[in-house]
Design a binder for this molecule. Structure first.
Ligand code: FRU
Length: 477
């Protein structure tokens, strides 16, 4: 298999290239694949079409990092090369999957997709001793779905438990998405157990990229994340509860959307050497305008987010601590009352590549809407607004005036924290905003495409007064 791509499209303009997010060197990127901490380094693979910024026959792009923040690009790990993932039908490729460390052998488990074949989707593996060069197995390790008629059979996510291997696979049949559970002794030969979880008819007709993992204090505390199809605006969901290996079933106690933005899809998690459960998502969505395509590239990962299971079984999302390495110049505003109608621009502070933490203390009585405007143009016409309304208890991110690309308002219900405060933690990069609210209770992730010169940042309050307890801004580099 050749790993060199000679005709990749050049990047023609850097205006939207991100500073600290993983992006393809050129061409197209979608789902995170094969995330793993292997032999002392973080490896990330991703759905990749190297020849242009569109979803052509998929390859697995590859990068590695020592700190989750600075990435080194490696040669393409997998390319279409067999009858299962390559052929005359234009829709074929090496689709999504996962990675495991099989006693030192880095093993990738992926969907080989070929619309010229029946079945269209089978599950295959590839192995590597050095973590860079991979050799595919001769034949599929799962040769087809349990039922002939299905709407998708892909995206294996594997793990080891009690001396055996397990994987969940995305599947849909008769309008119901499912995560199918398989087990194996040696990765080559898998036995179908049954659905670990399935839609009750309201949770999507195909569950892409399922990922089932242990999280929380008890040995049987498990979380399933997946990307359900055809229930817009919902794009990703989690179910948390108890997983029973004897029955192979997850009993659900809580469910929610994972992220409330427009640009968050196909997240995948892995456990690192510190026992952290870390998630990356694809920071785009199928069908979006994707203005960076004009510049010869498309796609990025979110920042790495550490997952925590709260006592009530809901998920919390925390930017990993390593991101603090990026903090440069710091500016702060201390306790200030913002009267209704205030819009206050911060002097000498830019919001192009920045981390912002704003803590507000709303009045006990009276309503107010307050927040931040970022990536503001000098004339005030361009901005992205992050606001919280105490009357509605709703957090919003409005990108109707953000620049190129689609507008729209992302919103989610959010109660103030136990002490009444509202905390907005933002990661801004050249063409993205990630919001962590109230210490990771809810997140909103969006791509925005402002002019390069739109870097202003403003505080505002409307309807009523609000006390800004603190504001910290770091330039990130
Ligand atoms: C999710 C997805 C997966 C599939 C891959 C193809 O975004 O549709 O289900 O394996 O992308 O690139």
């Amino acid at each position: 298999m050749s790993n060199t791509v000679e005709t990749a499209t050049p990047i023609t303009n850097n205006r939207y290239r991100l500073q600290y997010h993983l992006m393809p060197p050129t061409g197209w990127m979608n789902d995170p694949n094969g995330l793993i901490f292997y032999q002392g380094e973080y490896h990330a693979f991703y759905q990749h079409y190297p020849l242009g910024p569109w979803p052509g026959p998929m390859h697995w792009g590859h990068a590695k990092s020592k700190d989750l923040v600075h990435w080194e690009h490696l040669p393409i790990a997998l390319a279409p090369s067999t009858q299962y993932d390559n052929g005359d039908h234009p829709v074929h490729g090496v689709w999504s999957g996962s990675a495991v460390d099989n006693d030192g052998e880095l093993t990738l488990i992926f969907t080989a997709h070929n619309e010229g074949n029946t079945p269209v989707e089978v599950q295959c593996i590839a192995r590597s001793r050095n973590g860079i060069d991979f050799e595919k197995g001769e034949k599929p390790v799962i040769g087809g779905p349990p039922d002939d008629e299905c709407f998708g059979f892909r995206d294996p996510k594997a793990w080891r438990h009690g001396g055996k291997w397990y994987l969940v696979l995305g599947y849909g049949r008769e309008g119901r998405g499912k995560a199918l559970l398989y087990t194996s002794k040696g990765l080559n030969d898998w036995t179908y157990v049954g659905p670990a979880a399935e839609s009750d008819g309201t949770l999507g007709d195909m569950w892409e990229c399922p990922d089932l993992f242990r999280l929380g204090p008890a040995a049987d505390d498990y979380v399933l994340i997946f990307s359900p199809m055809n229930i817009a605006p919902v794009k990703t969901l989690y179910l948390s509860g108890k997983f029973d290996y004897a029955s192979g079933r997850l009993t659900t106690k809580q469910k929610d959307r994972i992220d409330y933005g427009f640009d968050f899809y196909a997240p995948q998690t892995f456990e690192d050497d510190k026992g952290r459960r870390i998630m990356f998502g694809w920071m785009n969505i199928w069908g979006a305008e994707m203005p960076e395509k004009e510049d010869g590239w498309m796609g990025a990962f979110t920042i790495p987010r550490e997952l925590e299971l709260a006592p009530d079984g809901t998920l919390r999302y925390h930017p990993v601590a390593e991101l603090r390495e990026l903090r440069g110049e710091h500016a702060a505003v201390s306790r200030t009352r913002l009267a209704a109608g205030t819009e206050r621009e911060l002097d000498g502070v830019e919001s192009r590549s920045a981390e912002v933490i704003a803590v507000f203390q709303p009045e006990a009585s009276g309503d107010a809407t307050f927040g931040l405007r970022v990536r503001c143009s000098a004339d005030g016409g361009q901005y992205t607004e992050i606001s919280y309304s105490t009357a509605e208890g709703i957090l919003r991110m409005n990108r109707d005036h953000a620049g190129a690309g689609a507008g729209g308002v992302s919103e989610v219900s959010l109660a103030p924290m136990a002490d009444g405060r509202v905390k907005l933690h933002l990661f801004l990069d050249t063409s993205s905003v990630e919001l962590f609210a109230n210490d990771g209770v809810k997140t909103i992730t969006n791509r925005i495409y402002p002019d390069t010169a739109s870097v202003g940042i403003k505080l505002f309050a409307e309807q009523g007064d609000v006390l800004l307890e603190s504001l910290d801004v770091w330039q990130l580099s």
